[in-house]
Design a protein around this ligand. Structure first.
Ligand code: NOJ
Ligand code: CA
Length: 581
């Protein structure tokens, strides 16, 4: 791998140590700012901060343990901010760190306005926020909107009596008969979606675990209380939210049974189409109004949007681009093999839908290193995938550890499983522990994550795949990510350019341009295990007879310039070059 052109310029850091005073100046001259003191501005192309930002998802239990109790924490994240800054991260999304019984490892929130003691305190959060801000890194919190914990004060009140003022904050119904739930809806985590509560003799609805009762978003008091939660965090300096499980906010009030499909799911329940309890049109009204609150704070809303097709994904941007700025494109993660044709199709589709948001992995999905790796060229393939999602038009969200090639470390025995869906669905469903293992900082015991026993075992590949060792190796995945992110931050075509697919019939090599004014960046990705030779004719794109000047490549020959008439690409190699008119 070689980098021919490396800018000495780092990306402009909005809100660096000058942040507070810059904010004050902007306020005086009347430019809208958020609580970060960051200008709500757009650049010359109309792009906003989140369109140029690189986001990084942190699963706080597993990132860095500052007090050696085996569980990561906020102070651990603060200590690693310099690492993140050097990597090229502009915003971190922290999965839920609120007080929680941890049935779903934080996605069961018992208080939205505090920090769970296992992760620290609100003061720790404030310090993290201000240290991040000094480095130009914004914080995105996870907003678990669909449900609370059954230990949340709201639910405790709601379940206490049928006439409690918060009764209607959740979804309570009579059963069809003795021991019979109100209808056939299933929890996505196995079993009926209804749980009988003997205190009041009614059933409550939970799309996820029984300890995660669904809020009733038809009740305006729920909306107000939840929107106020976001205002409270905006005032604390957060730059936006990742909205959990937005697909499931509303249910059919008439409780029609869902259609039953042939076969059984991984829990042995019937397969079912969640027609009447997911993606109801009412949810878009909530998103529009939540966006209005976000806009008052120059904040961004990222959606956990599991859409079946591009039409559904498009709908989440809002009919007037007034809902989510960043609905995640999970259809991209479903292209589950290295297929130039399938990626090409998906990229073209999401480009037409809106501003694309690319993710390769997260805390619910098997790591991309395993999904795309062939067992022999995994490191090369990890760089290939980085070369793909970090050069496309759109915003990318990295999952922690992706930049060092972390693998899944799935439990081998049922008794070791921590994630309840793994215990319930074993052995078909092993749960999500494998993709949530501790971050690999160095080759010492527990990969430098903790001195105690880590809450999940570190993957054995930490001996070779860790930040310290890879930092010293110019050919490592980590150094490829660093150089690529640096390029992405300073190259105008990668920041602003249009996506132009090339050689659309090639089944092995995915090629495209990012064009901007008189320049373009050419990206060539060999998705096959064989050397490929390809010809590029860019006449119709206005770059006739062009040669490319190499910016970053994993080609063994690392040419300084590349003739486009015959481009020879090593197996799984990446080539990124600049061409001019
Ligand atoms: C989606 C989250 O990503 C997942 O981890 C969680 O279990 C469910 N939503 C329920 O909150
Ligand atoms: Ca800890």
């Amino acid at each position: 791998m070689v980098v021919i052109e490396r800018s000495k310029l780092r990306h402009a850091l909005i809100g660096c140590s000058l942040g507070p005073c810059l904010g004050a100046i902007l306020l005086v001259i009347g430019v809208p700012t958020n609580t970060h003191g960051q200008a709500a501005g757009r650049d010359s192309e109309g792009h906003q901060w989140w369109q140029h930002a690189v986001f990084y998802e942190i699963y706080p239990r597993s990132f860095a343990d500052s007090n050696d109790d085996g569980i990561g924490d906020l102070n651990g994240i603060t200590r690693k901010l310099d690492y993140l800054k050097e990597l090229g991260v502009d915003a971190i999304w922290i999965t839920p760190c609120y007080p929680s019984p941890q049935v779903d490892f934080g996605y069961d929130v018992s208080d939205y306005q505090n920090i769970d003691p296992m992760y620290g305190t609100l003061e720790d959060f404030d310090r993290l926020e201000s240290e991040a801000r000094k480095r130009g890194i914004r914080i995105i919190m996870d907003f678990v909107m669909n449900h609370t914990s059954d230990q949340h004060a709201w639910f405790k009140e709601s379940r206490s009596s049928r006439d409690n003022p918060r009764r209607d904050w959740y979804i309570w119904r009579d059963g069809k008969g003795p021991n019979q739930p109100p209808n056939n809806w299933l929890s996505t985590f196995g079993g009926s979606a209804w749980k009988f509560d003997p205190t009041t003799g009614q059933w409550y609805y939970h799309f996820f675990y029984p300890q995660q009762p669904d809020l009733n978003w038809r009740n305006p008091e729920v909306e107000k209380a939840m929107f106020d939660v976001t205002r409270w965090w905006y005032r604390r300096g957060v730059a936006g939210f990742r909205l959990d499980a937005v697909d499931t906010l509303f249910e059919d009030p008439a409780l029609h049974d869902n259609p039953v499909l042939p076969g059984k799911n991984q829990y042995g329940d019937p397969n079912m189409a969640n027609l009447y309890n997911t993606k109801l049109p009412e949810l878009h009204g909530v998103l529009e109004r939540l966006r209005q609150v976000a806009d008052e704070h120059n904040a961004v809303l990222i959606g956990e949007t599991w859409t079946k097709d591009l039409e559904e994904l498009k709908r989440y941007y809002g009919e007037h681009s007034n809902e989510l700025q960043m609905p995640m494109d999970f259809l991209f993660t479903r292209v589950d093999k290295l297929s130039a044709g399938e990626f090409r199709k998906q990229i073209a589709g999401v480009n037409a839908a809106g501003w694309p948001v690319y993710v390769l992995s997260n805390h619910d999905i098997v790591r991309s290193y395993v999904r795309y790796g062939d067992g022999r060229h995994n490191d090369e393939i990890a760089k290939l995938m980085a070369g793909l999602y970090l050069t496309l038009r759109g915003t990318a969200i990295l999952y922690y550890g992706e930049e060092i090639g972390m693998e899944n470390n799935d439990p081998k025995r049922k008794e070791d499983v921590k994630d309840p869906i793994g215990r319930l669905g074993w052995p078909k469903e092993k749960g999500r522990d494998g993709e949530r293992t501790p971050m690999q900082w160095n080759s010492s015991q527990n990969a430098g994550f903790t001195k105690a026993k880590p809450w999940l075992p570190v993957d054995p590949n930490y001996r070779t795949h860790n930040v310290e060792s890879e930092g010293k190796d110019p050919g490592s995945i980590l150094n490829f990510y660093r150089r690529l992110l640096e390029l992405r931050h300073q190259n105008p075509a990668l920041l602003e350019g249009a996506y132009v697919p090339l050689n659309e019939d090639d089944p092995n090599v995915l090629c495209y341009l990012r064009t901007y004014k008189d320049e373009a960046v050419l990206v060539v990705l060999n998705m096959s295990a064989e050397r490929q030779t390809t010809t590029l004719n860019l006449t119709s794109q206005g770059f006739a007879g062009a040669q490319a000047t190499t910016l970053l490549t994993t080609l063994a020959t690392h040419p300084e310039r590349l003739s486009l008439s015959s481009v020879s690409v090593d197996p799984f190699a990446v080539y990124i070059g600049k061409i001019s008119k």
